[in-house]
Design a protein around this ligand. Structure first.
Ligand SMILES: Cc1cc2nc3c(=O)[nH]c(=O)nc-3n(C[C@H](O)[C@H](O)[C@H](O)COP(=O)(O)OP(=O)(O)OC[C@H]3O[C@@H](n4cnc5c(N)ncnc54)[C@H](O)[C@@H]3O)c2cc1C
Length: 460
């Protein structure tokens, strides 16, 4: 940084309510940590914003000084675009408010809120909306890329429940975007990621959920994987939309309901979630027991917020993570064979192949209604490569890439932007499919200079 910039940085600190961190500050290193431990980037300035006006000041400052700009929600994105190298990071993690208007069933949510913040606040009113499955994920990044979770079959993607957003655009304007106001921007925000500006508040539609739901897991040997996955495929095709069942192929974690000799063995885990009357859950899951000879199961009524944290222990921050993903409209036998083959040679005990079930309400929205285009996708597969040591990178990345290639012939077109790693910039146009041209045109209108380019970038 030049002397002028040092001076200017002090002036910036005087203009914002939040903190301005530089590499010499004691908590700077902590502020550079994000979920994916594989990403190490060091901005020259981190502005920990407290308000929309702080965001505006930070954008203007970055533009004036020609600094690369990155935007951080809760820092979970696998590509690590929350941080920039040598530029300015707008850190929203202190803007975590969640205000609920119970009568209107609406929530007004700050861009630094985690899913845990959100779920806890809305559940106090017996309400919820579809978000992801790990409570430390950020509502901002998740929503802007689409967002899906246990409630998606019933209530759609997260973006299908977005009512409006407040956005600071590249020119420092504060815009309200909804179906009635700046509707092109609102369309683009629903799946188009962080390309169009910085969202300073989200407004969501809520639904009555819980507070108790029926949920749990059943665990089968990987040796019976083909039969289990075929039955799974049949079962979910006609399951009610209140019910969601995902599939995870991995090594058995040391779950208390599994015998010790099963820990570490190859397994197919079927996590189950039912948001109807919990008393009916038992009957609904009973056919799953005939899928094979289960190693163990653990089902029952539990608080929705508890189930929303059920996988947190397997998804802690700081490990090295490399992901690949495909969408599937159908699960062909060949796709199942490939999944099982690669699950037999997982390169580390933390790696997994998981299939999230979308379908239902998410599939009833026309592809052109929002920027997120892949409304035919019934399953999203995430090839979750995860390990602790840099020395494992080569073998882990090679496994994920090889499986990705081998399963590609059975996948449908497109990809989920929220699961893309930093080396997948060539998949962005495919991820938006027929919506890409309209997105590029809107990008030109709101960010012709592409200052918001540290994302799954749509070129103006
Ligand atoms: C453990 C784990 C579990 C996950 N589970 C799910 C799941 O169940 N369902 C699902 O749909 N996804 C899931 N995801 C993917 C998740 O949706 C993305 O990683 C998402 O980008 C995380 O958002 P964030 O705010 O935490 O990330 P960040 O890394 O902070 O932000 C990601 C990007 O979003 C943009 N951005 C963030 N905030 C703003 C803002 N306010 N305004 C404008 N742009 C902004 C920026 O471009 C930024 O680079 C999961 C991810 C992880 C790591």
């Amino acid at each position: 940084m030049t002397g002028l910039r040092d001076r200017e940085t002090v002036q910036l600190a005087g203009r914002v309510n939040g903190r301005v961190l530089r590499p010499t500050d004691s908590d700077y290193e902590e502020a550079c940590k994000i979920w994916n431990g594989m990403i190490q980037r060091h901005p020259a300035i981190i502005v920990q914003c407290r308000s929309a006006d702080d965001v505006r000041q930070a954008i203007n400052f970055a533009r004036r000084h020609d600094l690369e700009l990155s935007v951080r929600g809760a820092g979970h994105n696998i590509a690590g675009n929350a941080l920039c190298e040598g530029g300015l990071t707008i850190d929203l993690s202190t803007m975590r408010h969640v205000r609920v208007a119970e009568a209107e069933r609406r929530a007004y949510v700050g861009p630094g809120a985690t899913l845990g913040d959100f779920d806890a606040a809305v559940q106090r009113h017996g309400l919820a909306t579809p978000v992801g499955i790990n409570s430390t994920t950020g509502i901002a990044g998740l929503t802007l890329g689409g967002g899906f979770g246990w409630l998606t079959r019933k209530y759609g993607m997260t973006i299908d429940n977005l009512v409006s957003a407040d956005v600071i655009t590249a020119d420092g304007k504060n815009l309200h975007a909804s179906e009635d106001e700046n509707s092109d921007l609102f369309w683009a925000l629903r799946g188009g990621g962080g390309n169009f500006g910085v969202v300073t508040q989200f407004e969501f539609q809520l639904h009555p959920v819980g507070p108790e739901v029926f949920a749990g897991l059943i665990v089968f040997p990987l040796e019976q994987g083909k039969q289990v996955m075929q039955r799974y495929r049949e079962f979910v095709a006609s399951a009610p939309e209140e019910l969601s069942v995902w599939a995870v192929l991995r090594h058995a974690p040391p779950l208390p309901f599994l015998p010790e000799n099963v820990h570490g063995k190859g397994v197919v885990v079927l996590p189950v979630f039912y948001c109807g009357n919990p008393a009916q859950g038992e009957e609904l899951v009973s056919p799953l027991r005939d899928f094979g000879d289960a190693f163990g199961e653990h089902f029952g009524p539990q608080p929705y917020v508890q189930w929303q944290q059920a996988f947190d222990a397997l998804l802690t921050p700081g490990a090295r993570n490399y992901w690949k993903s495909h969408n599937f409209v159908e699960l062909r036998d060949e796709a199942l064979d490939t999944m099982i083959e690669y699950a037999r040679r997982l390169p580390s005990p933390q790696c997994e192949i998981f299939l999230g079930l979308i379908s239902g309400a998410a599939n009833r929205v026309p592809p052109s209604a929002t920027a997120y285009a892949h409304r035919d996708a019934k399953f999203v597969m995430n090839v979750h490569g995860r390990w602790e040591e840099p020395a494992q990178d080569e073998i882990g990345i090679a496994w994920a890439r090889s499986f990705f290639q081998a399963s590609a012939p059975y996948a449908s077109a497109g990809a989920y932007v929220n699961f893309m790693t930093e080396d997948e910039t060539d998949r962005v146009a495919a991820a938006y499919g027929t919506n890409y041209a309209r997105l590029a045109e809107i990008k030109k209108r709101y960010d012709a200079e592409n200052i918001f380019h540290l994302n799954q970038n749509i070129k103006p």
